[in-house]
Ligand binder design. Structure first.
Ligand SMILES: [Zn+2]
Length: 322
């Protein structure tokens, strides 16, 4: 790992809030229980008293006395359990419910970083980049095949099913995908639906448009912390799924060409899936980008050809007729 300090600070804050809120909720439940069962509070106090007694008697070596106190302790415990049963609660239900039971939301187990913390840091770093995307997340449920002409519907239905299956079974060994086709054919809708489902299933997804990605990679920042370019490049290459929307709409320069290629290539070498959506045909991609980029795409990606007529125009016409 190696993100900016602010990412770690936010992760620490979130964990703190999680832990405190679990403890506060447990405390509230416990107080409510004592209020309804004052006897239980009395017993708890007696119990803590007998524990001190036990410790003292062990020191004195009086075995007979020790047995007596142990019996008393057991009886109190049984009485308390009976009160719990009567109230329909358990000791466990009144204890804090942490988001991560392994580390009790502390973020480490005996000084070793817990997985929940690593996941949180990654998620915050991904969210930072996703905030650049002006689009809200779509879902598969709102995708409608009726907008595709009869002759394209079967093919689009296959693409739709492939995307649903892809999102449901997403893993680090999933394919990389290129979605190509004209404007308004549902590429962005399906790409966002995949992002939505994959995020819900717990993976780190970055959804970013090609212009945003290029400008994020162009930003420089000097200081003691690693430059934002460096951090951005690392997050882009490390997230579980990177979705680059609208490739070809960025201002194409020597820098942008090599930036896009480098990110994509780095992910291939790390074995991480990427989805690219573009209005450009493969021939146009060849014209606008380097040969090695296009040959990488053809070699490593499943290419989905979107067909039909602009759905956005159809929807607008429908609305006007209403
Ligand atoms: Zn944990």
């Amino acid at each position: 790992m190696g993100y900016s300090k602010s990412v770690y600070d936010r992760a620490d804050r979130i964990l703190n809030e999680r832990r405190l809120s679990a403890q506060r909720n447990a405390e509230k439940l416990r107080l409510a229980f004592y209020e309804a069962n004052p006897k239980a509070l009395e017993i708890e106090e007696q119990l803590s008293h007998t524990f001190t007694e036990i410790a003292r008697t062990v020191m004195s070596g009086d075995k007979e006395q020790l047995e007596k106190i142990k019996e008393k302790n057991l009886a109190l415990q049984q009485e308390l359990n009976r009160l719990y049963d009567e109230a329909g609660v358990s000791e466990k239900a009144l204890s804090p419910h942490y988001v991560c039971e392994k580390c009790s939301d502390k973020g480490n187990i005996d000084g070793v970083v817990c997985q929940c913390y690593e996941k949180l840091v990654k998620q915050i770093a991904c969210d930072d980049l996703n905030r650049r995307s002006p689009l809200s997340l779509c879902d598969f449920e709102s995708f409608e095949l009726k907008y595709y002409p009869e002759e394209n519907r079967r093919k689009m239905s296959n693409i739709f099913n492939y995307c649903v299956e892809y999102a449901n079974t997403f893993s680090q060994s999933s394919d990389s995908i290129v979605m190509t086709g004209g404007t308004g054919l549902g590429k962005t809708h399906l790409a966002l639906s995949i992002a939505n489902r994959v995020i819900n299933n717990g993976s780190g997804v970055i959804y970013i448009s090609a212009p945003e990605m290029v400008s994020a990679l162009e930003e420089y920042q000097f200081g003691r912390e690693p430059s934002s370019t460096e951090i951005t490049a690392r997050i882009l290459s490390e997230c579980d799924l990177l979705i680059i929307d609208d490739l070809g709409t960025e201002f194409v320069t020597a820098f942008s060409k090599s930036a896009v290629y480098n990110v994509f290539n780095l992910r291939i070498t790390k074995g991480k899936p990427t989805i690219i959506s573009t209005n450009l045909s493969i021939a146009e991609l060849e014209k606008n980008y380097t040969d090695r980029f296009v040959s990488r795409i053809s070699g490593y990606c499943r290419i989905l050809f979107f067909e039909g007529s602009d759905i956005r125009i159809q929807k607008k016409m429908e609305e006007r007729q209403k």
